[in-house]
Design a protein around this ligand. Structure first.
Ligand SMILES: [Cu+2]
Length: 68
């Protein structure tokens, strides 16, 4: 069963930012897909198990941005 969660990411200004965040979040165990929009400032994560906020936050910070 898939779980979908939406996270607010601050600091992204272009497609490259979104790509960096996508790459990091995709590495979280259990993540099946991730759709990041720098315009909306969101990351929509689909995963096999619910993802912890701490895991998403670590990924976003690793990419150089912040979780709202
Ligand atoms: Cu950018």
């Amino acid at each position: 069963m898939s779980h979908t969660s939406t996270w607010n990411v601050t600091g992204m200004t272009c497609g490259h930012c979104a790509a960096s965040v996508t790459e990091e979040i995709a590495e979280i165990p259990g993540v099946e897909s991730v759709e990041v929009s720098h315009e909306a400032g969101t990351a929509v994560v689909t995963s096999t198990e619910p993802v912890e906020r701490a895991a998403v936050e670590a990924a976003v910070v690793e990419a150089g941005y912040e979780l709202a």
